[in-house]
Design a protein around this ligand. Structure first.
Ligand code: GLY
Ligand code: MN
Ligand code: MN
Length: 484
């Protein structure tokens, strides 16, 4: 029945009735837009002919064990299928615009132990594909395609190691073009993908908020990680986009600290970088919070204020056409000015200090990256580069060759200032050390570091901040309210 007919129907308690639901518009089917992605990749390949072949992630056990590794779908495969199941394969016939999924044949024993896997009929209904078959049809279909078309067009594969595992003689492969074409296609997100990243952020936001509400009860970094996982998993986000970082005190200066097992007692703040994944799409969110009802020292408060300014000033400039590398540079300039005011950097102009690489001792990573199916998502060209290359501080990198932001990109803005002992010891041996006041720096070592990170959707006129986790004043108010 149509919704508009509803008023004409009267059902008494004794009636039986059939309810038939008709989907009126294709756009109401919320299938992953695999076909649209396949066409997009073909366009990036610049090909009107050829066969794309991708192998999904196979089931694997841990080494020397009968236990399966947790499954994580290959992202390139997901992008062309939306299938988050093991042991699948796909082909996309560019000339005939046919996307085909091959699902595994499983034994009765496997089905009894693991539950039924994806059937051909289910695959056909659930995914935006043209045909689904069992895996044993792949050889037949490929042989057929090769006979007909392979002399004029290649079979595109991602890597030499992902060639079809079927004995086909004289197959003409192209192992070089598909990866860059898919990277370029994935750099701009469509509406479906943005919804997934928004949802991942929503759950991460809830989990970060819950940590703020409960931080006063916690005594170890492990409890922060535990609560984050609890909220994500209970909201349906079983997987995290990356290993949670909950680094207190000096651990906040370790960029990828994941041990998360030290007591919070005596520490000034904790840097929490944690993001849920939703249907294979990432969120990437960092908050740095005081351990106590307010910033426990002027030092901590001052460093937070500099990083906050770096983030706010960069975020407000996000817009199509802006060169991301210039935002990276702006963040360094704000960091240098702030650290000069605190007497941590001295004896040079902002330019001299930037050129020397001294600001990268405190802010060693890039301002951010793309977010999508990977937390550090792929793109045609990196939007920025770290100032720390192979353990050495790079001199200032010119901006002109780096790409511009485009509508539909999702990027992070994640400035940080860290007091990392190893980085500082190394800096003492470099000529840039003349700009650093190490006595002053020593007073800041207990803080560890501050990072604030949000995920931004770039629009034609600006941006939408997809991250909902409280920060700044709102964050402090929650901590105070709940700690009393
Ligand atoms: N969570 C990893 C990063 O911020 O890039
Ligand atoms: Mn990030
Ligand atoms: Mn992060």
């Amino acid at each position: 029945m149509r919704a508009s007919d509803r008023s004409e129907i009267v059902i008494s308690p004794d009636d039986t009735c059939d309810i038939r639901i008709t989907v009126l518009a294709e756009s109401e089917c919320d299938k992953y837009p695999a076909k649209q992605h396949a066409r997009r990749v073909a366009a990036k390949l610049g090909a009107s002919d050829g066969l794309i072949y991708l192998a999904g992630k196979p089931t694997r056990n841990w080494g020397d064990s009968d236990q399966q590794r947790p499954f994580r779908q290959r992202r390139y495969f997901y992008y062309l299928s939306g299938v988050d199941e093991a042991d699948c394969h796909l082909t996309y016939d560019i000339r005939n615009d046919i996307l085909t999924l091959y699902v595994p044949i499983i034994s009765l024993r496997e089905a009894i132990y693991m539950g039924p896997t994806l059937s051909v009929d289910e695959a056909q209904q659930r995914y935006d594909i043209d045909c689904a078959y069992h895996y044993d049809a792949l050889k037949r279909d490929m042989a057929d395609w090769i006979d007909r078309y392979n002399k004029d067009a290649p079979v595109y594969i991602l890597h030499g190691t992902q060639a079809p595992d079927i004995p086909l003689e004289n197959i003409r492969l192209d192992e070089r073009s598909l990866l860059p074409a898919m990277d370029a296609a994935r750099e701009i997100k469509d509406g479906y993908e943005i919804r997934m990243i928004r949802e991942a952020n929503k759950i991460s936001g809830l989990a970060h908020r819950r940590i703020l509400e409960n931080i006063h009860r916690m005594s170890n970094e492990g409890e922060i990680e535990g609560l984050f996982l609890d909220i994500c998993v209970s909201h349906g986000a079983k997987n995290q986009a990356y290993g949670t970082i909950a680094g207190s005190g000096p651990n906040a200066a370790v960029l990828h600290y994941v041990k998360n097992n030290e007591p919070l007692r005596g520490r000034q703040l904790v840097c929490i970088d944690a993001g849920a994944e939703w249907n294979c799409y990432a969120s990437d969110v960092t908050r740095t919070i005081p351990l106590g009802q307010d910033w426990p020292s002027e030092h901590a408060k001052d460093i937070y204020a500099i990083v906050e300014e770096m983030q706010e000033e960069c975020i407000k400039r996000v817009k199509q056409g802006v060169r991301y590398r210039e935002l990276n540079e702006l963040a360094h300039v704000i960091a240098i000015r702030g650290l000069q005011k605190l007497g941590i950097l001295n004896d040079g102009t902002v330019d001299e200090i930037r050129q020397s690489g001294a600001s990268a001792v405190f802010f060693p990573h890039g301002l951010g990256h793309h977010v999508g199916l990977e937390v550090h998502d792929v793109s045609a060209q990196p939007i920025t580069a770290s100032d720390l290359a192979g353990g050495r501080y790079r001199e200032f990198v010119p901006t002109m060759s780096t790409p511009l932001l485009q509508e539909g990109m999702v990027i992070t803005i994640e400035p940080g200032i860290y007091f990392n002992k190893l980085a500082l010891e190394n800096a003492r041996t470099l000529s840039l050390s003349k700009y650093i006041n190490f006595d002053r720096v020593n007073q800041y070592l207990p803080i560890g570091g501050v990072r604030i990170e949000d995920d931004l959707l770039v629009t034609r006129t600006g941006y939408e901040n997809l991250t909902t986790a409280p920060k700044g004043k709102e964050m402090l108010e929650i901590i105070r309210r709940c700690g009393n």
